[in-house]
Structure formats: C-alpha cells, structure tokens
Write a protein that binds this ligand. Structure first.
Ligand code: AMP
Length: 217
C-alpha cells in the first residue's frame, strides 16, 4: 500500500511546489482542494460560482464541500498510489472527515509533515508572486523576474496572472485562519506519533530532501 501524507503549513509555505516534486519521484498524487476549487471557479460551474466570493475574500469554504471533493478524488485513487493532501484538512471537522474517508477505503495516514515558516517572509513571498497565463511558469516581482521584461522565459507568452487572493490583506487573513483553525489539528496527529516538523524556509531542494527523509521512515 502506498503512503498517504498531509503537507501542512500556512499559505505560501511551498506545499504545492513540494507536492509536485513528490509526484515526479513517487507513485503519489497531489490532492489540493485549493486547486480543485480554482478549477471549479475557472470552469464557471455552479460549484465555482458558489465558492468564488468566499475564496477571493480569503475565507474558508464549507467543510462538507471540500470533504466531498476529496471523497470523489479518493474514489479515483488505486491502492498503489499515495495521496499527498495539500491544503486539506484545514479544520478539526475536516481532519475527522478525512479519517473517516480513509478508514472506509482501508487506508491510513502515514505522515503529517508541517513546513515551519516565518510568516513575515511569507507575506513578502506571496504578495509578489505571479505566473505565466499560458504555461504556468512561476515568477516573482522581486526574486524572479523574466529575463526579458514582460515575456515568459519558458513559452514567450506576454500574458501573466496573479491569484486574486494573493494580496496582503487576504494573505494575512489566510494566515490568521491557519493559526486559529488549522494549527490546532496538529495535536490530533501528534497523539498518533505521525507528525514531523521541518524547516520550510530553506531552498526548495533542501525542503524536498527533508521530506524524502521522512518518507523513508
Ligand atoms: P489554497 O490554494 O490551499 O491556499 O486555497 C485557496 C482558497 O481555497 C482558500 O483560501 C479557501 O478559500 C479555499 N480552500 C482551499 N482548501 C480549503 C479547505 N480545506 N477548507 C476550506 N477552504 C479551502
């Protein structure tokens, strides 16, 4: 049976980046509720219309809604593929729902990996980030600008986009939610002895190396 893990950490901690790296190296699939919800908004579906304003304000959507999304995705996952939960669970109710969803499939959580980060540095990281609208390559106002201003290094596109919720006010709201609602679920997993805290402020390679160590355990 493949390993199921949760990547935990405030917005901008690098969970998505690390999840993609894990997908490339292991038989694991990223299950990001944020990505699923953004896809719903983009498609203009009823679900998308329902959640757009909540997401733009940096508020949490309902526990039931995200747990239903995860339920569907788990149905598509074979026993030999591990799940990387990214951005879920975010509340105690979601943590209990996840236990239940995994139990029903005879799966269990092997590791909860918390990326520890400096919040002020994160605000700086998130509020400057943007991506190429065509190929998704990531850039940053201060740390990674395209070689030719306004032209994507990867595909030559001149269109870029920013997440509407990547502004300072919303980012601070999302961080406060992380502290108030998400961090309190850690003791649940601590009691099972499956939590590892790692330094999330190093380079992407350094963070990845620490995660790989955890997965070997
Ligand atoms: P993320 O990409 O994980 O930062 O999520 C973006 C936004 O989607 C969040 O600010 C919430 O509005 C919503 N969202 C994503 N995952 C969850 C979740 N597990 N519970 C509630 N809302 C979520």
């Amino acid at each position: 049976m493949a390993k199921d893990i949760i990547l935990l950490g405030p917005p901008g901690a690098g969970k998505g980046t690390q999840a993609h790296r894990l997908e490339a190296e292991h038989a694991m699939v990223q299950l990001s509720t944020g990505d699923m919800l953004r896809a719903a908004v983009k498609s203009g579906s009823d679900l998308g219309k329902q959640v757009q304003a909540v997401m733009d304000a940096g508020e949490l959507v309902s526990d039931q809604l995200v747990s239903d999304l995860i339920d569907d995705r788990l149905d598509q996952l074979g026993p030999d593929t591990g799940a990387i939960f990214d951005g879920y669970p975010r509340t105690e109710a979601q943590a209990h729902a996840l236990d239940d969803l995994l139990d029903r499939r005879n799966r269990k959580l092997d590791h909860v990996i918390e990326l520890e980060v400096d919040e002020e540095a994160l605000v700086d990281r998130i509020t400057g980030r943007y991506t190429c609208a065509r190929c998704g390559a990531g850039y940053h106002d201060r740390y990674k600008q395209p070689e030719t201003a306004g032209v994507c290094d990867e595909c030559g596109s001149e269109e870029f986009k920013r997440r509407p919720d990547d502004n300072e006010e919303t980012v601070r709201k999302r961080m406060a939610d992380y502290r108030a609602k998400t961090a309190p679920i850690l003791p649940l997993y601590d009691a099972r002895g499956i939590v590892t805290r790692i330094d999330g402020m190093g380079s992407m390679d350094a963070v990845q190396a620490q995660i790989e160590e955890v997965l070997k355990a």
